[in-house]
Design a protein around this ligand. Sequence first.
Ligand code: NAP
Ligand code: MG
Length: 492
Amino acid sequence: MGKKSSKSVRDLLFGDLWEYATAPQSSDFVDIKDSYGHYIGGEFVDIGEETFTTSNPATEEPIAEVALGDEATVDKAVKAARKAYDKTWSKMPGRERAKYIYRIARMIQEKSRNLAVVESIDGGKPIKESRDIDIPLAAAHFFYYAGWADKLDYAFPGASVNSLGVAGQIIPWNFPLLMAAWKIAPALATGNTVVIKPAETTPLTAMMLAEIIDEAGLPPGVVNIVNGMGETGAAIVNHDDVDKVAFTGSTQVGKIIQRAVAGTGKKLTLELGGKGANIIFDDAPIDQAVEGIVNGIFFNQGHVCCAGSRLLVQENIHDEVIEKLKRRMSTLVVGDPLDKNTDIGAINSREQLERITTLVDAGVDEGAEMFQPRCSLPDTGYFFAPTIFTDVTPSHRIAQEEIFGPVLSVLTFRTPDEAVKKANNTPYGLACGVWSDKGSKLFRIAGALESGVIWGNTYNKFDPGSPFGGYKESGFGREGGAHGLLPYLEVR
Ligand code: NAP
Ligand code: MG
């Protein structure tokens, strides 16, 4: 295997015949400002003197200066959210709230091209993913929860429900607009008001969402967006007048937040990291499974909390699967996020690239066998080639720690029980995939996996109607579906 792969399989099969011409998405129509403040109480405000820069990870060029919210800024936002909650939003009938939420959904659709381009510029993800996945799903989330706003009395039969008040929400950089939608849509549908902080490397689509919310005419203060860094997030978490905290990000920060919230009476949901197992049985449709493996780990550069970052393949099909996987990896296009052919765009930040490199070096040091297809990475920007490790054992760091990059660790198993034991051998419990021709096997394995989401013969499928969330160190609480209403309601 080692010898063969020194010349890329793509070369062996196609020579240079199948190089794609570039297919750039134009970006001159998007209007990105030089600086952004916050959106508080229905106004775009610039408070304080401190700022930070958001840049384009594919070019390393600065894009805009962004205001860094401090405790006083967060306090203004929480006060605006409280006022809006007391005076308008909590009193408004659900059918009226729904109209606003539908309007946001439709406006996201109308501005989808602009949002997709800015998402790719600010965060590095391929335009075909922001265009076909992130932005449509963000709109779908608002549509879905708009539908619940006037039906809350029927959501949990026999129970009556109340909104909570002000929700403080903190989101990561891997799906910037989509995570904002996952947080804001259910909060608004249930009658709560919001103070949300985008991640520091990807604040731009959140500010475009602020423009949409403003144009949609939401009462001032219903949604407040405060830009900033970790300390800004902490100020939201620790604010006395926040009733509910919703956080998506790393397990490390999740634990800090859990400690901070303990004993305060604030309701908390945590969506944290993962180390998902993608389990391939020997009776699986192999070619489809290979597509599922690629989608599971290389989608969004592997910056996916539910990524299938551990491949568990049945021993007797290991060589066939790995050979097909290497061949498929050799066809992946890595490079400019704004090129419509690109499969793997830029790593979100220099820090994240360093984290990935450190863990990949650890994999090599610990003796796993690394494979990367031959691909030329751009000279500037943060890029990492798609990578797989074979000969991985469960004790390797690359089998235990979340890499959050385009790096797959391959392990083998012989029996279904061994597959389950190995899949569950992780502190996390967010997502798994199971590939088998047999429905009964699929359901039995799914029942034994300690994982919030389990995909059967597919991977990374998202739908607003389907709940998402974790067990163990992947957090608690669900987003999506009727389950996703619960964290924002008091149910009696
Ligand atoms: P992170 O460092 O935990 O940051 C997440 C968010 O929290 C960011 O907005 C961050 O601000 C903010 N933050 C940082 N320190 C804080 C503190 N002490 N108090 C309050 N807020 C704080 O994670 P990340 O590096 O952005 O994202 C990667 C991680 O998120 C991965 O581990 C991934 O698995 C996880 N993730 C989970 C899900 C899920 O649904 N379960 C989804 C996506 C990502 P700054 O941006 O300024 O640092
Ligand atoms: Mg950026």
